[in-house]
Ligand binder design. Structure first.
Ligand SMILES: [Zn+2]
Ligand SMILES: [Zn+2]
Length: 339
C-alpha cells in the first residue's frame, strides 16, 4: 500500500496532464499569436481637420496575445503624418489610411481610413479687421463696409492747432528740405468705404477718381498719383509730412505715397490695406527685394500667393516711382466711398 499510493498519484497526474493536453492543444509555453487588429480613432472619429491631430488606438485580438506591440504607418505622408504612438496630424485635405501592424512577425495589421478636411473658412471679415483704424467693419451683402474718422494714429505737423495737438502734433522732421506746411489741418471725417467682398477683374477698367481710392490699415485713405485733374504731384509732395501724408482742403488726411508710419510698423512687405475694388495693397518690398514698376502691370499690380492669400490673388504694390500706388485705374470693379 505504501508503494501503491504514490503510483496511483503518478498515474492520476499523468492522466490529468494528458487530458489537459487534449482539451488545450496549445503548448502552454508557445506564444499566443495575434489574429486581428482593430484600429479606431479617438471618439470614433473618421474625419479631422488639416493642422489638427487625432489619436489612433489599436485593439489586439485575442486580448491575451503574447505580442501587444504594433508599428504605425500612414498611406500618404504628404497628406498626414503619424507618430510611433499612432497620433495622426493632418497636413492637407485628402484621404489617408492609418495602419497598425503587429510586430510578432506574422504581419497581421488593421487600418482605418480618415478624411482630412481643410479648416472651414473662418470669419470672412478677419482680413478686413486688420484695418485697425476703422470705427466699424461689417458685411452688407457682397460688400464689406468700412467706416473711418480718418484721424491718423501717428504724429503729424498737420495736427497743429487742432484738439489733438497736445498728443499728436509733431514738427516736420522728414528729409525734404522743400517741405512747406499747407494751410489745411486734420479734421475728423465720417467716411464709409463699401468694397467688394469677392473682388473681380473689370472688363473695362475705370480710372481712379481724385479723392479716396482705398483705405489703409490705420483708416487713412489712399489717393492716386494726381494732385488735381491731370495735375502731377510735383509741387504737392512738398507738403507731405514725415509719414508721407497731408490733409486736403476739407481736412481729409491721405496718402499718395508709401505710408511710412505703416511700413515702419508692419514692414516694407506688409499688407497695407485695400483699394476700392477690393484688391489688397502691399508695401514696396517682396521677398527681400524692392518691387519695381517694371514688375507690375499698368494698374500697378500683379498676381501671386501672399501671406494673407496663400492661394494667390491680384494685388497692388506701392513703389517709390510714379504712379506710386495705382496706375491707369482699378484692376477690378470698384465699390464706393462716401463722406
Ligand atoms: Zn493730396
Ligand atoms: Zn506682389
Amino acid at each position: 500500500m505504501i508503494i501503491r499510493v504514490p503510483f496511483l498519484l503518478l498515474v492520476s497526474l499523468f492522466i490529468l496532464t494528458a487530458c489537459d493536453k487534449a482539451a488545450f492543444p496549445q503548448d502552454p509555453d508557445a506564444p499566443i499569436a495575434v489574429q486581428e487588429i482593430v484600429v479606431l480613432a479617438q471618439s470614433g472619429a473618421t474625419s479631422m481637420l488639416a493642422g489638427q491631430s487625432l489619436q489612433m488606438t489599436a485593439s489586439i485580438l485575442p486580448t491575451n496575445a503574447s505580442n501587444q506591440k504594433v508599428t504605425w504607418s500612414i498611406s500618404d505622408p504628404s497628406t498626414a503624418l503619424i507618430n510611433s504612438t499612432g497620433l495622426v496630424t493632418g497636413l492637407i485635405a485628402g484621404t489617408v489610411t492609418a495602419t497598425a501592424t503587429s510586430t510578432d512577425g506574422w504581419g497581421i495589421s488593421g487600418s482605418l481610413t480618415l478624411t482630412i478636411d481643410n479648416e472651414p473658412n473662418g470669419d470672412p471679415l478677419a482680413l478686413y479687421q486688420k484695418i485697425y483704424g476703422a470705427t466699424s467693419i461689417y458685411l452688407d451683402g457682397n460688400y464689406v463696409v468700412i467706416k473711418t474718422e480718418d484721424l491718423p494714429d501717428h504724429k503729424s505737423p498737420y495736427y497743429l492747432g487742432t484738439q489733438w495737438e497736445t498728443a499728436l502734433y509733431e514738427n516736420y522732421n522728414g528729409n525734404n528740405s522743400q517741405f512747406k506746411l499747407n494751410p489745411n489741418r486734420i479734421k475728423k471725417q465720417n467716411m464709409t468705404f463699401k468694397i467688394p467682398l469677392n473682388p473681380a477683374p473689370a472688363s473695362n477698367p475705370q480710372a481712379t477718381p481724385l479723392g479716396s481710392i482705398g483705405i489703409s490699415l490705420n483708416g487713412v485713405p489712399f489717393y492716386n498719383q494726381y494732385a488735381g485733374p491731370s495735375q502731377p504731384l510735383t509741387f504737392e509732395v512738398n507738403s507731405f509730412d514725415q509719414t508721407n501724408g497731408h490733409p486736403q482742403m476739407s481736412g481729409q488726411y491721405h496718402y499718395h505715397w508709401e505710408p511710412l508710419y505703416l511700413t515702419a510698423n508692419f514692414g516694407e512687405d506688409a499688407f497695407l490695406g485695400f483699394l476700392l475694388d477690393g484688391y489688397p495693397v502691399y508695401g514696396p518690398m517682396e521677398n527681400g527685394q524692392m518691387v519695381t514698376n517694371g514688375q507690375l502691370d499698368v494698374y500697378h499690380g500683379h498676381a501671386h500667393a501672399t501671406l494673407e492669400f496663400p492661394s494667390g490673388t491680384y494685388h497692388y504694390h506701392i513703389t517709390d516711382q510714379d504712379p506710386y500706388i495705382n496706375g491707369s485705374g482699378f484692376y477690378g470693379v470698384p465699390g464706393t466711398v462716401t463722406n
